[in-house]
Design a protein around this ligand. Structure first.
Ligand SMILES: NC(=O)c1ccc[n+]([C@@H]2O[C@H](COP(=O)([O-])OP(=O)(O)OC[C@H]3O[C@@H](n4cnc5c(N)ncnc54)[C@H](OP(=O)(O)O)[C@@H]3O)[C@@H](O)[C@H]2O)c1
Length: 268
């Protein structure tokens, strides 16, 4: 199936690790010109080298996306170095878990800065430029955005109330902006992963195992047994759906929030 992504310029925030890294590989394999962004140069170098060994090239840029002006800088840099952005994949961030009894206003604010704004800043910068291109009639197909959000924004959990609230706000922004920017042909969609086997989740499983005095493999098996499909997602599975949503094969899909939690949340 030709996804029509060859030569598209794809900016992937959080592209050095986890789901973002899986997206970087998937888009590069489709022939896209991929740029990855994250904070730690060591993570960026590791991702760059790993993809290079697979015969894939990505442009890498360091930025901390919780800083308001970082998005404008990286978008400008990528536009100059690689080209105007056709696809934005937002996957940079993570929300800490809090005991609900220690959850104060500062924790909510910190969570919005760790998860909500690192998605909003690049999205707003890229959207403005995507709309300008359409208005200027440069002949390019309108751009598209995929936000990797999280099922915690659909179902409240006692230890993930602040992170869930950030995710819920991101979902609202996704569908609201999709509704508005459809007039320019720009599509905006989201994926809500459930537990996905990235390094961060593997570390969390190890911690849980040591707290319970059991082996990591047993803690993982217990967690996976709760998922109707019988296992956590692989980052590559999330990347495959991001590829589809960003492709011309999804040309009439916008404002969609795709759950990918192995059937854990039976919610319409
Ligand atoms: N994995 C799951 O089970 C799961 C489930 C639901 C939702 N999600 C969501 O999916 C997204 C990706 O998750 P993941 O598991 O792939 O995470 P991950 O493995 O921890 O990767 C996060 C990526 O984002 C970068 N990053 C984090 N904060 C950043 C910032 N302020 N500025 C720039 N880059 C930043 C990290 O690199 P640096 O450290 O170098 O900055 C890394 O490349 C997150 O938003 C997460 O909440 C994940």
């Amino acid at each position: 199936m030709d996804l029509g992504l060859n030569d598209k310029v794809v900016l992937i925030t959080g592209g050095s690790k986890g789901i973002g890294f899986a997206c970087a590989r998937a888009f590069a394999l489709e022939g896209a010109k991929v740029a990855i962004v994250s904070r730690d140069p060591a993570n960026l170098a590791r991702a760059y080298e790993q993809l290079k060994q697979e015969g894939l090239h990505v442009h890498r840029t360091r930025a901390d996306l919780h800083e308001p002006h970082s998005a404008a800088d990286i978008v400008e840099e990528v536009t100059t170095a690689v080209g105007p952005i056709d696809v934005l994949i937002n996957s940079a961030g993570a929300a800490r878990r809090y005991d609900p009894e220690t959850l104060d206003a500062d924790a909510f604010r910190a969570t919005m800065e760790a998860k909500y704004f690192p998605y909003i800043y690049p999205q707003q910068e890229v959207l403005r430029r995507m709309a300008d291109r359409v208005k200027a009639g440069d002949g390019a197909a309108p751009g598209t955005i995929v936000n990797i959000i999280g099922m915690g924004g659909k179902i409240a959990s006692d230890i993930h109330i602040a992170g869930g609230a950030a995710n819920a706000a991101l979902m609202l922004a996704t569908v609201g902006l999709a509704h508005y920017y459809a007039r320019y042909g720009i599509r905006i969609n989201a994926i809500n992963p459930g537990s996905t086997l990235t390094e961060r989740v593997e570390e969390a499983v190890k911690l849980e195992a040591s707290q319970q005095g059991i082996e990591s493999a047993d803690a993982l098996a217990r967690g996976q047994a709760k998922v109707p499909l019988g296992r956590y997602a692989k980052p590559e599975e999330i990347a495959d759906v991001a590829l589809f949503l960003a492709s011309r094969r999804a040309s009439y899909v916008t404002g969609a929030i795709v759950p990918m939690d192995g059937g854990s949340t039976p919610l319409i």
